[in-house]
Write a protein that binds this ligand. Structure first.
Ligand SMILES: O=C1O[C@H](COP(=O)(O)O)[C@@H](O)[C@H](O)[C@H]1O
Length: 269
């Protein structure tokens, strides 16, 4: 990781979502101006979908060239196509159906009734293969310690932080959080439903240029304080999520309420 995580505290979750959406628009536009295209990794959960909905409602969204954006997912709930609990379904409802993306650049993880049927390991391996294929030599990052092949150097990788400190579908003390060899894993017996999931691993997450962690609400306060106060990544997976250039924690006041006050500057409003 380059430098300490940066922490930004907003008044409430609505303000946090709007500010994060504005930040993401700027980041994508800048990447497209300098390189021609951009890549973003989406998260599921309330805060990730809140950001997408805020982006959908922003007039500035038209500054993005949606046809030159690659969209990936950090994790998926292994459910049938179109299931309302799938992260992809929720992202499409919140934003993706409203913008002119190139369908070939929207890289959803396989559903449980897709090409790999109920074989979550095969679905995870297929996603790792897709990531490796998209990792051009000039943009690829061989994740340190991961033998599963390269992944693209994502411009921004979003992660919602669960109340138990999970990120993507990497749960405390679960096998996925210990994975150092593969870039994508099948998850079995997740403590949060559904039990079967697909997730990027920490080495793949850490290949991103920027990792943005989102947490709003008092139920996240303990997790945020734990992850930012030196907990290990096995006990607090969020503590192991950082970017190569920047790690940004975007919080609201309730989620930041257990953080030592000297860790972050005054709220923006
Ligand atoms: O199940 C999941 O939960 C987390 C966090 O969700 P939240 O609703 O507590 O914000 C999310 O990051 C993950 O992508 C998702 O699959």
């Amino acid at each position: 990781m380059t430098g300490a995580p940066q922490i930004v505290v907003h008044h409430d979750k609505e303000e946090m979502a709007e500010a994060a959406a504005a930040r993401l628009i700027t980041k994508v536009v800048d990447a497209q101006s300098s390189r021609g295209s951009a890549s973003v990794v989406l998260t599921g959960g309330r805060n990730g979908n809140g950001l997408l909905a805020a982006l959908a409602g922003s007039r500035a969204r038209d500054a993005i060239d949606w046809s030159r954006l690659d969209v990936w997912w950090g994790d998926e709930r292994f459910l049938p196509e179109g299931d309302p609990e799938r992260n992809a379904t929720q992202a499409h409802e919140a934003l993706l159906d409203a913008v002119p993306l190139d369908p070939a650049r929207v890289h959803a993880m396989a559903p449980s009734d897709g090409a790999y049927g109920g074989d979550v390991e095969a679905a995870a391996e297929a996603y790792a293969t897709a990531l490796a294929a998209a990792a051009r030599p000039e943009t690829a990052s061989p994740p340190a310690g991961a033998g599963g092949g390269p992944v693209p150097s994502f411009d921004v990788l979003l992660l919602g932080v669960g109340p138990d400190t999970h990120v993507a579908s990497l749960f405390p003390e679960h096998p996925g959080v210990r994975e150092t060899d593969r870039t994508v894993v099948g998850v079995h017996g997740a403590p949060k439903p559904p039990p079967t999931r697909i997730s990027l691993t920490l080495p793949a997450i850490r290949a991103a240029k920027e990792v943005w962690l989102l947490a709003a609400g008092e139920d996240k306060a303990n997790a945020v304080a734990m992850a930012l106060s030196g907990a290990g990544e096995l006990q607090a997976p969020a503590a192991g999520a950082y970017g190569r250039q920047r790690t940004l924690w975007l919080l609201d006041e309730p989620a930041a309420s257990q953080l030592p006050r000297d860790l972050y500057p005054p709220a923006l409003s």
